[in-house]
Design a protein around this ligand. Structure first.
Ligand code: SF4
Length: 106
């Protein structure tokens, strides 16, 4: 393999790796974001920003609670958004909250 072939080969490896990671990212972050005005979101008191939750309506809510720390959050710890079984096919944001919040074990 001469230098030019090696360079081409390395570019192909890098390019295919990038496509693979993009595909994986899309698989994990699929579905549109849940809208706060979605009827299911309204019913559960879902807010994209946990600090904006109505404290009078949800007295047990604490600002330290969010989707990222919820048992039902399907994203990884550092993901900005992830799935939630209460909103099938959609994504909730890590900073969000709803009244079904349950502390993640561990
Ligand atoms: S159940 Fe948990 S992850 Fe799902 S929206 Fe409510 S707080 Fe977020």
């Amino acid at each position: 393999m001469n230098n030019s072939d090696r360079r081409t080969f390395m570019l192909q490896v890098v390019a295919s790796g990038a496509v693979l990671s993009a595909g994986q990212a899309m698989a994990q972050a699929s579905g549109p974001k849940v809208s706060e005005t979605d009827p299911q979101a309204v019913g559960l008191g879902y807010k994209e920003d946990t600090t904006k939750v109505d404290a009078k309506k949800y007295p047990n809510h604490a600002a330290s609670q969010n989707c990222a720390s919820c048992q039902l959050f399907q994203g990884k710890a550092k993901d900005a958004a992830g799935g939630c079984p209460l909103f099938a096919g959609k994504q909730v944001v890590a900073t969000g909250w709803c009244s079904a919040w349950a502390k993640k074990a561990g």
